[in-house]
Design a protein around this ligand. Structure first.
Ligand code: AMP
Length: 218
């Protein structure tokens, strides 16, 4: 089973993908986290990547293509969850071809639909654990103790690109580049819509119901 999670910044795709991957044994392929790790490494590639992330722009296709195709060629995982990929039509086409090459099929593209007014509110209240990457919302899903992760006591931080100015650019990029990807999958009859404007557990239940996943191998 191969799932791609699509959605605007703040739609909860990272939160949902992470939780579902842990619960149902999916390999969680999260391009944003992978790129942030490379950006923090200080490598020449990392510096290049950081430049794009900090501007709220998409990292160039060749970087993403290499990440994804390398993974698709090597992986033996039955259950895979792509989170934050594909982000534009070129990536969707690379993905289609990579899947064919690997003899795999996309099960569905899950689109977490969110009202544009809600996006900013969610993002600016978002905090991430420095240790495990767990995501909190300081209003709707706060930690028990301020700025401290419930699970491992890690410090909760605001992502460098989660500020009003960068968010504005990320939303523009989402509208112009990622929204056309929805039509791409609608055309393949693989687009599944989920209302993301519900409490986290309800969104999770909707996705579980849609995918019909159970514990164990796919
Ligand atoms: P995310 O964690 O998914 O919100 O992504 C954070 C940032 O990483 C984005 O604003 C982009 O700069 C970059 N990024 C993540 N995934 C991709 C992708 N598939 N293609 C290009 N850039 C990406």
């Amino acid at each position: 089973m191969i799932i791609a999670f699509l959605g605007s910044p703040g739609s909860g795709k990272g939160t949902q993908a992470k939780q579902l991957a842990e619960r149902f044994g999916f390999h969680h392929f999260d391009t944003g986290s992978m790129l942030r790790v490379e950006a923090a490494s200080g490598s020449a590639l990392g510096e290049r990547i950081a430049h794009y992330i900090n501007a709220g722009n998409l990292v160039p296709l060749e970087v993403i293509k290499e990440l994804v195709l390398k993974f698709l060629t090597a992986t033996r995982a039955e259950r895979i969850m792509f989170d934050g990929f594909p982000r534009n039509l070129d990536q969707a086409r690379v993905f289609d071809e990579g899947l064919i090459e690997a003899g795999r099929t996309l099960t569905c593209a899950v689109y977490l639909q969110l009202d544009p007014e809600t996006i900013e509110d969610r993002i600016l209240n978002r905090r991430t654990c420095e240790v495990c990457g767990r995501i909190y919302n300081m209003k709707s899903n706060p930690p028990r103790q301020d700025e401290v992760c419930d699970r491992d006591g890690g410090k909760l931080t605001l992502r460098a690109d989660d500020n009003p100015e960068k968010l504005k650019r990320r939303i523009e990029v989402y509208m112009s580049e990622t929204v056309p990807v929805l039509e791409h999958y609608r055309g393949q009859d693989k687009l599944c819509l989920i209302d993301a404007d519900q409490p986290i557990d309800e969104v999770t239940s909707s996705i579980v119901g849609l995918l019909g996943v159970t514990d164990g191998a796919a």
